[in-house]
Design a protein around this ligand. Structure first.
Ligand SMILES: Nc1ncnc2c1ncn2[C@@H]1O[C@H](COP(=O)(O)OP(=O)(O)OP(=O)(O)O)[C@@H](O)[C@H]1O
Ligand SMILES: O=C(O)[C@@H](O)C(=O)CO
Length: 438
């Protein structure tokens, strides 16, 4: 089996594709940045995903990060490469999908890219070159109004062409279903280009991945990874060292509609606190009092999950003046990350984070280098195992000094962590995720 090197443009996307790779039997590790690709767990793996925060970064910064990741993966021994971006093709006419593909093809000496964002398990399909989200075209779905990457077209060729120097072609469903030979011809090295493939079910994705030779750069959502496993093998994995003991916490900075329904459901079953956005906007630091409250809940009832969230209604977004929104968003992310760090020394055992940006901030604040994939919670959402340095994380200056910290020396221990994309999971996710940790 080829050693697979995957580059994901955000942190939740990285665990998404890793979860699919694990489900088809790959031994996969996620590294949060190319410089983290060290250590024995990587030597044994047959797939590595490097998580970047490049989706909405300036183009030059994104390309530089993608190239660093590609070089690290090549040094690790990758012989097949996969660029994971959002299944809703989140990008603008400047990038960053096209520039990432161009840079990778040149760096790796590959000729052709396959582009397959389809992810049927999460309702994303591509037909006649158009991307659908559930029953809606991409440009008629809520992605139309995404604050950073508003998707106002569903025709992928039109979306990609302005972003790339490569010719862009289509591979329509009848050609995909005609079989491996037809797919191989479309991806032949003699006609270098990016080929956008239709796929409306998992078998289409399997056929595409399996017909792709090593000269093809695989790109897309996580669904394409279904074709990269051992034939017929499927494995749902426990956490490598079993379920950790300790407090259970959900932090949500996501305002997506799926997350809002998960919050609405969880509020009736779990102790919950909503961030006071007016106080945050006024510059108050809320993490210390929230951490105290969380620790009190754990003291009152061990193992009861606790929820802290930013938004449960679109009115919350409207309440913040447009020119203050970015600042508030940043404070929300920092508050939730500081809260998680502050509870680390007070028994945090399992942490579920909702939202890609929020997940990035939390992982960085907790100083997590890498994770190993465990049991699945929903398509694209998994529990994973992370090593954390408890005392270091609580004393890095981001956590509140007012909260009493343990005087024990710094130690490394394991927690369970799940990074949930805003639009993934059913409404019971925050209340039922813990069943997998029994
Ligand atoms: N009421 C609010 N006002 C301003 N910003 C908010 C508000 N609620 C959430 N945010 C910010 O919105 C952003 C949500 O992004 P995030 O990526 O975490 O979630 P998402 O977009 O739902 O997830 P994904 O990227 O996985 O689809 C965060 O920066 C968060 O701080
Ligand atoms: O592909 C998806 O939809 C997700 O993994 C994601 O990238 C959300 O940010």
């Amino acid at each position: 089996m080829r050693r697979l090197g995957c580059i994901a443009d955000d942190f939740t996307g990285a665990t998404d594709v890793a979860s699919v790779l694990a489900s088809v039997g790959r031994d996969v590790v996620v590294a949060f940045g190319p410089q983290r690709l060290t250590g024995s767990e990587f030597a044994d793996a047959d797939a590595v995903v490097i998580a970047l925060k490049s989706r909405t970064a300036p183009v030059e910064e994104c390309v530089s990060d993608v190239l660093d990741a590609a070089r690290a993966l090549r040094a690790w021994g990758a012989t097949q490469f996969y660029l994971k971006y959002c299944s809703t093709f989140d990008s603008t006419s400047d990038g960053n999908i096209g520039p990432s593909i161009d840079a990778l093809l040149a760096e790796l000496g590959l000729t052709t890219a396959l582009a397959a964002p389809s992810y049927p398990a999460n309702g994303r399909t591509v037909y006649q070159g158009h991307l659908f989200v559930g029953h809606e075209r991409l440009d008629e779905s809520p992605m139309r109004d995404h604050p950073l990457t508003p998707m106002r077209d569903s025709q992928l060729r039109r979306l990609l062409a302005p972003q790339t120097a490569q010719p862009v072609a289509n591979l329509f469903l009848d050609e995909v279903r005609a079989g491996g030979e037809t797919i191989r011809e479309a991806l032949a090295p003699e006609s270098p280009r990016t080929v956008i493939a239709d796929a409306i079910d998992d078998d289409d994705l399997r056929a595409l991945a399996r017909a792709s030779d090593p000269h093809v750069l695989l790109t897309g959502g996580a669904g394409l990874a279904l074709g990269l496993g051992a034939e017929g093998e499927a494995a749902d994995r426990p956490l490598p060292h079993g379920a950790p003991q300790g407090g259970r916490l959900v932090v949500s900075g996501s305002a997506s509609s799926k997350t809002r329904s998960q919050i609405a459901h969880a509020r009736s079953e779990l102790p919950s606190r909503k961030l006071d956005l007016q106080r945050l906007a006024a510059g108050e630091s809320l993490a210390p009092e929230l951490a105290e409250w969380v620790v009190e809940q754990w003291a009152a009832e061990a193992h009861r999950p606790v929820l802290v969230y930013a938004t449960d209604s679109l009115d919350d977004l409207a309440a913040i003046p447009a020119d203050e929104r970015a600042g508030v968003a940043d404070r929300i992310e920092r508050t939730l990350a500081d809260l998680a760090a502050a509870t680390l020394d007070h028994g945090l055992g399992a942490l579920l984070v909702a939202g890609g940006e929020t997940s990035g901030r939390v992982v960085q604040t907790l100083g997590i280098d890498a994770i190993r994939i465990g049991p699945q919670l929903a398509p694209g959402v998994v529990w994973a195992e992370a090593a954390v340095a408890s005392a270091a994380a609580a004393c890095d200056g981001s956590a509140d000094p007012a909260l009493p910290t343990r005087s024990a020396p710094e130690q490394t221990r394991r927690i369970a962590i799940a990074l949930k994309s805003g639009n993934f999971g059913d409404e019971r996710l925050f209340t039922d995720a813990w069943e997998q940790l029994r």
